[in-house]
Ligand binder design. Structure first.
Ligand code: PEP
Ligand code: MG
Length: 838
């Protein structure tokens, strides 16, 4: 074994010592700050990460150096881990290193035998279990006294309990250094984002003994509530206790005066006042709400450590805003201190993390929030339950557009199949409904109205809870935390907007969605999927009639019935958005989605259209496609059955005129879906221009509009230069673009996505986080080619990635002007985009 020779390996923590987070860890740096503030911190030394690596490899400091660390004051020290990031953890602290028979005898004199025994016993237990790696059962907290622990140690190791303080310290340091290198510790910290070779520093600190006469003990204090983030002194004080384990017969005091029992504030008012003062000082100097760990020895206070207060999502917002409000941190910093995803916890009910959970299945957490309801297996049953005033969870193998009304009637949705951008997922996020998709562990029998999960079976009407935040399905009812859209939330987002370099719009299909978009301060609608307007009871029959029309004249007649309904939808959207931009996408899905799929439905349709059943069946069969996602949808339908787009364009223009009457002129944005060739744009543009001219003529009113193109096929991205010639804006539909780039069905990928991500084929689900290398490259190429052709063109992303923080970061770098996402994701997007902008 060679000794450590680096003179900087061990540094005393003084106000001017060269302590660095990267070398000595966050705890060393924090202690130095506490020392600089003149708080009563016991003498502390930082051992550098290089030295700790050397110690793990067997190169220990020489005996003299170790003795110098330990032979002061009462001759006892603690050893604590100090990683570069507190989240990475570290080996447990070991207290009272240095105690031996001689020191014990001294402590008997100064503190009495019970205190001296407790201190010695605590160390023997830690040393035996964590350093000598003996059986923990033999040295448990509850078992035995000091003498029997010492005897057990001797009989297990065949040697006397080490009496040399320097040797004790050497062994403790070595065991902690090696524990950091163990495979489990490594995996645990890597899961929290630590690099595989993350450094560990160690702190050797004089013990502030918390066992002995007078007001003596240890505790922690913080000035805010960890759940709400509101002001309030909380913490604990345990008499005659040091470290975590509480000895029998010790007393826990309330920190502040409390009718339920004695408090530290009453027992030692001056010490308490000092603690509060230190808390306030820490907040100001460390610019953070800190939890202070302290020890009191016969009314003498020592500050042992301080860590960032643990906090819920709600508290993290309130604390950041309060710190900026009080001028402790600038607003830019407050904006960066809150994890964007935390905001979505504030928008929805959440299962109380403290409540028990009976987890029956897991799936993809497609839409956050939690809700409890009775199981129903059909959209009709969901609507019936809603009509009875009952809360229900719609459980389906997968959802189809016809289920939309059932989804609106349900409080949550669970599907066996599907992925992050499947129908159920997209719609649920739009409505703000908790949703789990791809829960492949469940098996649904719609006829028997049961759901089998392993050996358990659930019937229609039984209660389940959907936790769309975690992706867990729970049996029965769960306790919930309420949403919290308070002033701090609003303030943080106002600051975020003031710093943000791009705009955030919402995907909103209905007036109700548009109201939500306004509620979350979206800066416009980036995508209105008009097909979602055709699924209500009045419109579906007209839509079906249109699909069944043989001749263009008949088709036009049914479309004329739809026209006023569409027009009034658009008038509402324009009015609600009050001058903010509104982008309306022309009809996108294949027509067969509007037709019934079972015999019963076809019979009903034949009846309502007064057609023979065989005609209906034939028409449905004729419209069915082998691969509808790649079939006659989007612009292909628009060119083949142009009357649909004509009707929509007319509805948009007439609504524009009407909505402009009472205020600023509305400038609608019309978007063509699924384009892959410039000629498609030319053809549609010519017809839309003609409709605009006709409406202007008929009404003698003028208006302008902008025509844009959705870039959803790889070819459209590659040919974006050509396409940009005819477009005022391009919006990347990254859902379809991902589907088509990978050749991966967005509705079926959920089945194997877990395996693929688990085995590292994909780092992440590409429908969830934009794939920078492939899909992202297409976005970047498309944006660059479009701008080369038309420098002023507006570029956006309106796929689901528009609400995902990592994807937003990419979009910002690719130079998009705005992203558009489901209304409930708008706050997360606003914060994520602001953080990337700073
Ligand atoms: C897309 O494909 O990204 C998109 C926004 O359109 P949709 O999800 O409606 O296909
Ligand atoms: Mg699309």
């Amino acid at each position: 074994m060679t000794a450590l020779t680096d003179p900087d390996a061990i540094v005393k923590i003084t106000p001017t010592a060269g302590i660095q987070v990267a070398r000595h860890g966050w705890r060393a740096k924090c202690l130095q700050r506490l020392v600089r503030m003149d708080l009563p911190v016991p003498t502390s030394f930082a051992i550098s990460a290089e030295a700790v690596r050397g110690i793990a490899a067997g190169h220990l400091p020489d005996r003299g150096a170790l003795a110098a660390l330990i032979e002061r004051a009462e001759g006892l020290v603690s050893v604590r881990p100090s990683a570069a990031n507190p989240a990475w953890g570290g080996p447990g602290t070991i207290l009272n290193v240095g105690i031996n028979n001689e020191c014990h005898a001294r402590l008997v004199q100064s503190r009495g035998k019970p205190a001296a025994d407790a201190i010695y016993l605590g160390f023997v237990q830690s040393f035996a279990v964590h350093v000598a790696r003996l059986d923990p059962d033999m040295f448990s907290d509850n078992g035995g006294d000091l003498q029997s622990a010492l005897r057990a140690y001797e009989s297990e190791t065949d040697e006397e309990f080490p009496q040399d303080p320097a040797r004790q310290l050497a062994e403790v340091l070595r065991s902690m250094a090696r524990a950091w290198d163990g495979p489990t510790a490594r995996l645990l910290r890597q899961a929290k984002g630590a690099p595989s070779q993350a450094p560990l520093g160690l702190i050797v600190q004089d013990m502030a003994l918390a066992i002995g006469p007078g007001v003596t003990g240890s505790g922690s204090i913080q000035l805010v509530d960890s759940v709400t983030g509101g002001p309030g002194i909380t913490g604990r004080f345990r008499g005659q206790t040091q470290g975590r384990a509480q000895r029998e017969g010790t007393e826990t005091l309330y920190l502040t005066r409390d009718p339920r029992g004695p408090s530290l504030e009453e027992a030692a008012p001056e010490v308490f006042a000092d603690l509060v003062r230190y808390g306030v000082a820490c907040r100001e100097r460390l610019r953070e709400e800190m939890q202070i760990e302290f020890a009191i020895s016969d009314s003498n206070l020592s500050i042992i450590d301080a860590v960032r207060v643990q906090r819920s999502s709600r508290a993290s917002v309130r604390i950041a805003v309060a710190l900026a409000h009080d001028g402790v941190i600038p607003i830019e910093e407050a904006v960066t201190r809150v994890e964007p995803r935390a905001l979505s916890d504030l928008l929805h009910y959440q299962v109380d993390p403290r409540a028990p959970r009976d987890i029956i299945a897991k799936g993809i957490n497609a839409s956050p929030g939690a809700a409890t309801g009775q199981i129903v297996f059909t959209a009709a049953a969901a609507q019936a339950a809603e009509a009875r005033g009952e809360r229900c969870v719609l459980v389906r193998r997968e959802t189809v557009p016809e289920d939309i009304r059932g989804m609106h009637a349900a409080v949550a949705v669970l599907t066996e199949r599907g992925g992050m951008t499947s129908h159920a997922a997209v719609i649920a996020r739009g409505i703000g409904l908790p949703c789990i998709v791809g829960a492949s562990g469940i098996s649904i029998d719609t006829r028997a109205r049961t759901m089998q999960v392993g050996t358990r079976s659930f019937h229609e009407g039984e209660l389940i809870t959907i936790d769309g935040t975690s992706g867990e399905v729970l049996a029965g009812e769960a306790e919930m935390l309420e949403p919290a859209l308070d002033d701090s939330f609003t303030q943080l987002l106002e600051w975020a907007d003031s710093l943000c370099r791009i705009r955030i719009r919402a995907n909103a299909d209905t007036p109700e969605d548009a109201r939500k978009a306004r509620m979350f301060d979206a800066q416009g609608i980036g995508l209105c999927r008009t097909e979602h307007m055709f699924f209500d009871d009045q419109r579906l029959p007209a839509m079906r009639e249109m699909i069944f029309a043989d001749k263009p004249e008949d088709r036009r007649l049914s479309l004329e019935r739809l026209l006023p309904m569409q027009r009034s939808d658009f008038v509402s959207l324009f009015e609600i958005m009050a001058g903010l931009p509104v982008t309306i996408r022309l009809f996108d899905p294949p027509l067969h989605e509007f037709l019934p799929h079972d015999r019963e439905g076809m019979r009903e349709l034949a009846e309502s259209l007064d057609l023979p059943l065989s005609d209906v069946t034939r028409r449905v069969e004729a419209l069915s496609e082998f691969n509808p996602m790649l079939g006659m949808r989007g612009v292909r339908l628009g060119i083949t059955v142009p009357e649909i787009y004509d009707m929509q364009a007319r509805a948009i223009f007439e609504a524009t005129i009407e909505a402009s009457k009472n205020g600023e002129p509305v400038v609608p944005e019309i978007m063509i879906p699924l384009v892959s060739a410039r000629r498609e744009v030319e053809l549609v543009k010519t017809r839309i221009d003609a409709v605009a001219a006709a409406v202007r003529n008929e009404t003698r009113q003028d208006f302008t509009y902008r025509l844009g193109v959705m870039v959803e096929t790889p070819r459209a991205a590659l040919r974006a230069g050509d396409i940009a010639e005819h477009a005022a804006f391009l919006s990347f539909g990254t859902n379809d673009l991902t589907q088509m780039t990978y050749g991966l069905s967005r509705d079926d990928a959920g089945r194997f996505m877990g395996t693929y991500v688990g085995q590292g084929v994909f780092a992440e689900d590409p429908f969830h986080i934009l794939d920078r290398d492939g899909v992202g490259e297409l976005v970047a190429i498309g944006a660059e080619r479009a701008r080369a052709q038309a420098p002023g063109i507006i570029i956006s992303v309106c796929g689901e990635h528009g609400g995902n923080p990592e994807s937003i970061a990419f979009c910002l770098r690719a130079g998009v002007n705005y992203v558009s996402c489901s209304p409930f994701r708008v706050p997360v997007a606003r914060l994520a985009a602001a953080q990337e902008s700073i």
